[in-house]
Design a binder for this molecule. Structure first.
Ligand code: SF4
Length: 319
């Protein structure tokens, strides 16, 4: 096995062939302190999540071979190398048939909500690929599983969510073919058909790569990227806060529908729920109809118009 190139199952779904080439050929990878800490937190929380699963009635086998609680190291050999696989757990529940091979992930609120909404295949294709490789590694040592899945923990709320899905032979075949292709390259390849521009921003090999996307087109402007961690963190925080505002508005709208139907329309003005008191106050307000005023007296509007300036922080997702 030592003579083979090694690719990790957790990497095989990366959209850039060139990134994978650098990895399997042992190029020096730059990792940020932040990403190392995120990784450390995930590892530290894994036993906690397993204990929560057990308290929820799940039977959890961390090592389905020898029954110990030790993690398991396996490999899937293909032409030119081996894909290393470290399956987290196989879980089962007395109310469900069969067993599920799962990988445990901790994620921020935005990623968690996207996973719940779209499922692993669409929202986290790298995780989808990873567990397919784990299933193949287990199959090769005669351990079969009924389903695959991701156990996700929301780091903001400590909520757990298990997304399960069927094994797809086509997906596995595509991944194995891709791994063989990556192993076969003798020079750094083009990024490949699955490449997405965002990869370069988080790529640990950008310092070696002349294809790194430095600029991202927004409309007709070229926008420079930054590698300043403080700025990256701030922009991501702003993006998360926008998502949270949107989610909060959706929750609030949902709650108001029920309150309107069950309380306001029944003529009830206040209600107590535990230690919360809801009071419905009718607010009367007047506002200037500026559209009508502009139409009726444009010269007056013009005369009293005052220029002011402020900054709007627009965020736009780009490909
Ligand atoms: S910098 Fe971009 S193009 Fe280069 S290896 Fe990384 S992800 Fe691929």
């Amino acid at each position: 096995m030592d003579n083979y190139k090694i690719l990790r199952a957790s990497r095989i779904g990366h959209p850039c062939n060139r990134n994978l080439f650098y990895f399997v050929n042992g190029s020096e990878e730059n990792t940020t302190e932040k990403s190392s800490r995120i990784f450390d937190i995930g590892k530290a929380l894994e036993p906690v999540i397993i204990s929560w699963l057990r308290s929820d009635g799940w039977h959890v086998k961390r090592n389905p071979i020898d029954g110990t609680n030790n993690s398991l190291s396996l490999g899937v050999e293909v032409n030119g190398g081996v894909i290393s696989a470290h399956p987290d757990c196989v879980i089962s529940h007395h109310e469900l048939d069969g067993n599920i091979l799962v990988d445990i992930k901790t994620m921020n609120d935005r990623a968690f909500r996207t996973l719940k909404r779209d499922g692993t295949k669409k929202s986290h294709p790298q995780y989808f690929a990873q567990v397919h490789l784990y299933a193949e590694a287990l199959r090769r040592i005669q351990v079969s599983v009924s389903k695959l899945g991701i156990v996700a923990m929301n780091k903001n709320t400590s909520e757990l969510f298990i997304d399960t899905f069927d094994f797809e032979q086509d997906t596995l075949d595509t991944l194995l073919t891709r791994a063989e292709k990556i192993f076969s390259f003798s020079d750094a390849p083009e990024q490949g058909e699955h490449f997405e521009n965002w990869c370069c921003q988080y790529c640990g090999y950008a310092h070696l790569c002349e294809l790194a996307k430095k600029d991202t087109a927004v409309g007709s402007e070229d926008v420079p990227t930054t590698d300043k961690q403080e700025v990256i963190d701030a922009v991501e925080l702003l993006s998360e806060s926008r998502d949270m505002e949107k989610a909060a508005k959706e929750l609030s709208d949902e709650a108001k529908v029920v309150i309107d139907r069950e309380i306001r329309q029944q003529g009830i003005k206040s209600v107590r729920v535990g230690n919360l008191v809801l009071v419905l106050n009718e607010i009367k307000s007047s506002r200037l109809d500026t559209t009508a005023l502009k139409k009726a007296h444009p010269e007056i509007v013009q005369e009293f118009m005052k220029q002011s300036s402020s900054v709007r922080y627009d965020l736009k997702e780009v490909a």
